[in-house]
Write a protein that binds this ligand. Structure first.
Ligand code: CAA
Length: 248
Protein backbone atom coordinates (compact mmCIF):
# COMPACT_ATOMS: atom_id res chain seq x y z
CA UNK A 1 0.00 0.00 0.00
CA UNK A 2 1.23 3.56 -0.70
CA UNK A 3 0.91 6.91 1.14
CA UNK A 4 -0.43 8.85 -1.80
CA UNK A 5 -4.15 9.46 -2.08
CA UNK A 6 -5.64 7.44 -4.92
CA UNK A 7 -7.42 9.24 -7.76
CA UNK A 8 -9.61 7.41 -10.26
CA UNK A 9 -10.34 9.16 -13.57
CA UNK A 10 -12.97 7.51 -15.76
CA UNK A 11 -12.34 8.13 -19.43
CA UNK A 12 -8.81 8.90 -18.28
CA UNK A 13 -7.14 8.07 -21.57
CA UNK A 14 -9.31 10.54 -23.54
CA UNK A 15 -8.40 14.08 -24.56
CA UNK A 16 -9.60 15.86 -21.42
CA UNK A 17 -9.04 12.78 -19.22
CA UNK A 18 -5.34 12.62 -20.05
CA UNK A 19 -4.73 16.17 -18.87
CA UNK A 20 -6.77 15.54 -15.73
CA UNK A 21 -4.61 12.48 -14.95
CA UNK A 22 -1.44 14.52 -15.40
CA UNK A 23 -2.65 17.40 -13.23
CA UNK A 24 -3.69 15.05 -10.43
CA UNK A 25 -0.33 13.27 -10.66
CA UNK A 26 1.39 16.67 -10.36
CA UNK A 27 -0.72 17.18 -7.24
CA UNK A 28 0.92 14.07 -5.74
CA UNK A 29 -1.90 11.60 -6.29
CA UNK A 30 -1.56 7.99 -7.38
CA UNK A 31 -3.66 8.18 -10.53
CA UNK A 32 -5.63 5.37 -12.15
CA UNK A 33 -7.15 5.96 -15.59
CA UNK A 34 -10.02 3.80 -16.77
CA UNK A 35 -10.50 2.55 -20.30
CA UNK A 36 -12.92 0.22 -22.04
CA UNK A 37 -11.90 -3.46 -21.89
CA UNK A 38 -11.76 -3.54 -25.72
CA UNK A 39 -9.24 -0.67 -25.68
CA UNK A 40 -6.57 -2.62 -23.79
CA UNK A 41 -3.89 -2.14 -26.47
CA UNK A 42 -4.67 1.54 -26.97
CA UNK A 43 -4.54 2.03 -23.20
CA UNK A 44 -1.17 0.27 -22.86
CA UNK A 45 0.31 2.45 -25.62
CA UNK A 46 -1.15 5.53 -23.90
CA UNK A 47 0.37 4.46 -20.58
CA UNK A 48 3.77 4.00 -22.21
CA UNK A 49 3.66 7.46 -23.81
CA UNK A 50 2.72 9.03 -20.44
CA UNK A 51 5.65 7.22 -18.86
CA UNK A 52 7.99 8.72 -21.43
CA UNK A 53 6.90 12.20 -20.40
CA UNK A 54 7.42 11.41 -16.71
CA UNK A 55 3.93 10.34 -15.65
CA UNK A 56 3.37 6.93 -14.03
CA UNK A 57 -0.33 6.33 -14.42
CA UNK A 58 -2.08 3.05 -13.62
CA UNK A 59 -4.84 1.57 -15.78
CA UNK A 60 -8.16 -0.08 -14.98
CA UNK A 61 -10.43 -1.70 -17.57
CA UNK A 62 -14.14 -1.09 -17.04
CA UNK A 63 -17.43 -0.54 -18.79
CA UNK A 64 -18.75 2.42 -16.81
CA UNK A 65 -22.25 1.76 -18.15
CA UNK A 66 -22.34 -1.55 -16.25
CA UNK A 67 -22.76 -1.58 -12.48
CA UNK A 68 -21.31 -5.09 -12.30
CA UNK A 69 -18.21 -4.11 -14.24
CA UNK A 70 -17.71 -1.06 -11.97
CA UNK A 71 -18.06 -3.21 -8.85
CA UNK A 72 -15.41 -5.63 -10.14
CA UNK A 73 -13.06 -2.73 -11.00
CA UNK A 74 -13.47 -1.15 -7.56
CA UNK A 75 -12.80 -4.48 -5.85
CA UNK A 76 -9.61 -5.00 -7.89
CA UNK A 77 -8.39 -1.46 -7.11
CA UNK A 78 -9.15 -1.87 -3.39
CA UNK A 79 -7.13 -5.08 -3.24
CA UNK A 80 -4.17 -3.69 -5.17
CA UNK A 81 -4.00 -0.07 -3.99
CA UNK A 82 -6.52 0.69 -1.22
CA UNK A 83 -9.36 3.20 -0.94
CA UNK A 84 -10.12 5.64 -3.73
CA UNK A 85 -10.13 9.20 -2.30
CA UNK A 86 -10.63 11.21 -5.48
CA UNK A 87 -13.03 10.36 -8.29
CA UNK A 88 -13.37 12.25 -11.55
CA UNK A 89 -16.31 11.05 -13.64
CA UNK A 90 -15.06 12.02 -17.09
CA UNK A 91 -16.15 9.13 -19.33
CA UNK A 92 -18.53 10.37 -22.00
CA UNK A 93 -19.69 9.91 -25.57
CA UNK A 94 -21.76 11.84 -28.10
CA UNK A 95 -24.32 10.55 -30.60
CA UNK A 96 -25.47 13.86 -32.09
CA UNK A 97 -28.65 13.75 -34.14
CA UNK A 98 -31.96 15.67 -34.03
CA UNK A 99 -34.58 13.97 -31.84
CA UNK A 100 -36.96 13.35 -34.72
CA UNK A 101 -34.35 10.95 -36.19
CA UNK A 102 -32.85 9.59 -32.98
CA UNK A 103 -32.83 5.81 -32.49
CA UNK A 104 -33.49 4.34 -29.07
CA UNK A 105 -29.91 3.03 -29.02
CA UNK A 106 -28.55 6.57 -29.56
CA UNK A 107 -30.53 7.77 -26.56
CA UNK A 108 -29.75 4.87 -24.25
CA UNK A 109 -26.03 4.58 -25.02
CA UNK A 110 -25.48 8.27 -24.22
CA UNK A 111 -27.58 8.12 -21.05
CA UNK A 112 -25.81 4.95 -19.94
CA UNK A 113 -22.23 6.08 -20.59
CA UNK A 114 -22.68 9.68 -19.49
CA UNK A 115 -25.16 9.48 -16.59
CA UNK A 116 -25.72 5.91 -15.34
CA UNK A 117 -21.94 5.73 -15.14
CA UNK A 118 -21.88 8.46 -12.52
CA UNK A 119 -24.05 6.32 -10.23
CA UNK A 120 -22.30 3.08 -11.19
CA UNK A 121 -18.82 4.34 -10.28
CA UNK A 122 -19.61 6.75 -7.43
CA UNK A 123 -21.65 4.11 -5.61
CA UNK A 124 -18.54 1.89 -5.45
CA UNK A 125 -16.37 4.50 -3.73
CA UNK A 126 -18.66 6.64 -1.62
CA UNK A 127 -18.72 4.47 1.51
CA UNK A 128 -14.92 4.31 1.73
CA UNK A 129 -14.76 8.11 1.38
CA UNK A 130 -17.30 8.49 4.21
CA UNK A 131 -15.38 6.05 6.39
CA UNK A 132 -12.11 7.88 5.72
CA UNK A 133 -13.66 11.31 6.31
CA UNK A 134 -12.19 12.58 3.05
CA UNK A 135 -13.30 12.53 -0.57
CA UNK A 136 -13.29 14.63 -3.71
CA UNK A 137 -15.75 13.87 -6.49
CA UNK A 138 -15.80 15.92 -9.69
CA UNK A 139 -18.34 15.23 -12.43
CA UNK A 140 -17.46 16.47 -15.90
CA UNK A 141 -20.63 17.92 -17.38
CA UNK A 142 -20.91 20.35 -20.32
CA UNK A 143 -21.93 23.84 -21.37
CA UNK A 144 -24.58 22.02 -23.40
CA UNK A 145 -26.22 20.84 -20.19
CA UNK A 146 -26.65 24.48 -19.24
CA UNK A 147 -27.78 25.94 -22.56
CA UNK A 148 -29.01 22.94 -24.59
CA UNK A 149 -27.65 22.20 -28.07
CA UNK A 150 -29.32 21.41 -31.39
CA UNK A 151 -28.76 17.69 -32.06
CA UNK A 152 -27.96 16.80 -28.44
CA UNK A 153 -31.20 16.01 -26.59
CA UNK A 154 -29.52 12.84 -25.33
CA UNK A 155 -26.22 14.45 -24.34
CA UNK A 156 -27.74 17.63 -22.87
CA UNK A 157 -30.19 15.56 -20.80
CA UNK A 158 -27.47 13.25 -19.46
CA UNK A 159 -25.07 16.08 -18.68
CA UNK A 160 -27.83 18.14 -17.02
CA UNK A 161 -28.67 15.07 -14.91
CA UNK A 162 -25.16 15.25 -13.48
CA UNK A 163 -25.93 18.63 -11.93
CA UNK A 164 -28.86 17.21 -9.94
CA UNK A 165 -26.75 14.24 -8.88
CA UNK A 166 -23.92 16.56 -7.78
CA UNK A 167 -26.12 18.81 -5.69
CA UNK A 168 -28.05 15.96 -4.04
CA UNK A 169 -24.98 13.91 -3.16
CA UNK A 170 -23.09 17.00 -1.98
CA UNK A 171 -25.76 17.46 0.70
CA UNK A 172 -25.63 13.80 1.75
CA UNK A 173 -21.88 13.74 2.36
CA UNK A 174 -20.99 17.32 3.31
CA UNK A 175 -20.49 16.63 7.00
CA UNK A 176 -18.01 13.82 6.33
CA UNK A 177 -15.28 15.68 4.48
CA UNK A 178 -16.46 14.66 1.03
CA UNK A 179 -17.05 17.34 -1.59
CA UNK A 180 -18.99 16.83 -4.82
CA UNK A 181 -18.75 19.33 -7.65
CA UNK A 182 -19.33 19.65 -11.37
CA UNK A 183 -17.05 21.17 -13.98
CA UNK A 184 -18.83 22.25 -17.15
CA UNK A 185 -16.44 22.48 -20.11
CA UNK A 186 -17.31 24.41 -23.22
CA UNK A 187 -16.00 23.36 -26.63
CA UNK A 188 -12.53 21.88 -26.10
CA UNK A 189 -10.06 20.85 -28.81
CA UNK A 190 -10.33 17.04 -28.59
CA UNK A 191 -11.30 14.22 -30.96
CA UNK A 192 -14.95 14.76 -30.00
CA UNK A 193 -14.85 17.87 -32.21
CA UNK A 194 -14.09 15.75 -35.29
CA UNK A 195 -17.72 14.61 -35.37
CA UNK A 196 -18.94 18.20 -35.87
CA UNK A 197 -19.19 19.32 -39.51
CA UNK A 198 -16.61 22.04 -40.24
CA UNK A 199 -19.08 24.82 -41.08
CA UNK A 200 -21.02 24.18 -37.86
CA UNK A 201 -17.81 24.17 -35.82
CA UNK A 202 -16.79 27.51 -37.38
CA UNK A 203 -20.14 28.96 -36.29
CA UNK A 204 -19.70 27.61 -32.78
CA UNK A 205 -16.21 29.09 -32.46
CA UNK A 206 -17.42 32.47 -33.68
CA UNK A 207 -19.95 32.45 -30.81
CA UNK A 208 -17.26 31.91 -28.15
CA UNK A 209 -16.32 35.32 -26.68
CA UNK A 210 -12.69 34.23 -26.07
CA UNK A 211 -12.58 33.43 -29.80
CA UNK A 212 -11.17 29.91 -29.76
CA UNK A 213 -11.70 26.35 -28.59
CA UNK A 214 -10.55 25.57 -25.07
CA UNK A 215 -7.57 23.35 -24.29
CA UNK A 216 -7.82 20.13 -22.22
CA UNK A 217 -5.34 21.50 -19.68
CA UNK A 218 -7.68 24.43 -19.03
CA UNK A 219 -10.31 21.94 -17.84
CA UNK A 220 -7.77 19.90 -15.90
CA UNK A 221 -6.66 22.98 -13.91
CA UNK A 222 -10.23 23.50 -12.71
CA UNK A 223 -10.59 19.83 -11.77
CA UNK A 224 -7.29 19.77 -9.89
CA UNK A 225 -8.31 22.90 -7.99
CA UNK A 226 -11.54 21.24 -6.82
CA UNK A 227 -9.65 18.05 -5.90
CA UNK A 228 -7.10 19.88 -3.76
CA UNK A 229 -7.16 18.93 -0.07
CA UNK A 230 -7.63 22.62 0.71
CA UNK A 231 -10.78 23.03 -1.45
CA UNK A 232 -12.88 21.67 1.40
CA UNK A 233 -15.47 24.45 1.50
CA UNK A 234 -16.49 24.19 -2.17
CA UNK A 235 -19.24 21.64 -2.64
CA UNK A 236 -22.38 21.29 -4.77
CA UNK A 237 -20.99 23.87 -7.17
CA UNK A 238 -20.75 23.96 -10.94
CA UNK A 239 -17.60 25.54 -12.36
CA UNK A 240 -17.99 26.73 -15.98
CA UNK A 241 -14.88 26.66 -18.16
CA UNK A 242 -16.25 27.68 -21.52
CA UNK A 243 -14.52 30.81 -22.84
CA UNK A 244 -17.65 32.81 -22.06
CA UNK A 245 -19.93 30.80 -24.38
CA UNK A 246 -22.58 30.65 -21.68
CA UNK A 247 -22.65 32.84 -18.58
CA UNK A 248 -24.90 32.15 -15.64
N1 CAA B 1 -29.89 25.69 -34.54
C1 CAA B 1 -30.92 25.72 -35.41
N2 CAA B 1 -30.95 25.01 -36.54
C2 CAA B 1 -29.90 24.24 -36.81
C3 CAA B 1 -28.79 24.15 -35.95
C4 CAA B 1 -28.81 24.93 -34.79
N3 CAA B 1 -27.79 24.93 -33.93
N4 CAA B 1 -27.91 23.28 -36.47
C5 CAA B 1 -28.44 22.84 -37.62
N5 CAA B 1 -29.64 23.44 -37.83
C6 CAA B 1 -30.53 23.27 -38.97
C7 CAA B 1 -29.74 23.29 -40.26
O1 CAA B 1 -29.55 24.60 -40.67
C8 CAA B 1 -30.66 22.53 -41.20
O2 CAA B 1 -31.72 23.37 -41.60
P1 CAA B 1 -32.37 23.22 -43.07
O3 CAA B 1 -32.90 21.83 -43.14
O4 CAA B 1 -33.42 24.26 -43.07
O5 CAA B 1 -31.25 23.48 -44.02
C9 CAA B 1 -31.21 21.48 -40.28
O6 CAA B 1 -31.12 21.98 -38.95
C10 CAA B 1 -30.39 20.24 -40.34
O7 CAA B 1 -31.19 19.27 -39.84
P2 CAA B 1 -30.85 17.79 -40.18
O8 CAA B 1 -31.97 16.97 -39.69
O9 CAA B 1 -30.40 17.61 -41.58
O10 CAA B 1 -29.60 17.61 -39.21
P3 CAA B 1 -28.47 16.54 -39.37
O11 CAA B 1 -29.03 15.17 -39.41
O12 CAA B 1 -27.57 16.98 -40.46
O13 CAA B 1 -27.78 16.66 -37.95
C11 CAA B 1 -26.25 17.66 -36.45
C12 CAA B 1 -27.23 17.85 -37.59
C13 CAA B 1 -25.50 16.33 -36.51
C14 CAA B 1 -26.93 17.70 -35.10
C15 CAA B 1 -25.29 18.80 -36.63
O14 CAA B 1 -26.06 19.97 -36.61
C16 CAA B 1 -24.23 18.90 -35.58
O15 CAA B 1 -23.27 18.13 -35.55
N6 CAA B 1 -24.37 19.90 -34.73
C17 CAA B 1 -23.37 20.16 -33.71
C18 CAA B 1 -23.81 19.51 -32.44
C19 CAA B 1 -22.84 19.88 -31.35
O16 CAA B 1 -22.54 21.03 -31.09
N7 CAA B 1 -22.30 18.88 -30.67
C20 CAA B 1 -21.33 19.10 -29.64
C21 CAA B 1 -20.32 18.02 -29.70
S1 CAA B 1 -18.97 18.37 -28.63
C22 CAA B 1 -19.55 18.02 -27.14
O17 CAA B 1 -20.61 17.54 -26.95
C23 CAA B 1 -18.64 18.39 -25.98
C24 CAA B 1 -19.26 19.41 -25.15
O18 CAA B 1 -19.59 19.08 -24.02
C25 CAA B 1 -19.35 20.79 -25.61
Amino acid sequence: MNNKKIALVTGGIGGIGTEICKHLAQQGRLVIATHLPVEENIARAWQESQKQTGYDIELAAVDVGSFKSCAAMAQAIAERFGHISILVNCAGITRDIPLRKMEESEWSSVLSTNLDSVFNVTRQVINDMLTDGFGRIVNISSVNAQKGQFGQTNYSAAKAGMHGFTKALAQEVAKKGVTVNTVSPGYIATNLMNAIPEEILDKIISAIPVGRLGRPDEIARAVAFLCDDKSSFITGSDLSVNGGLYMH
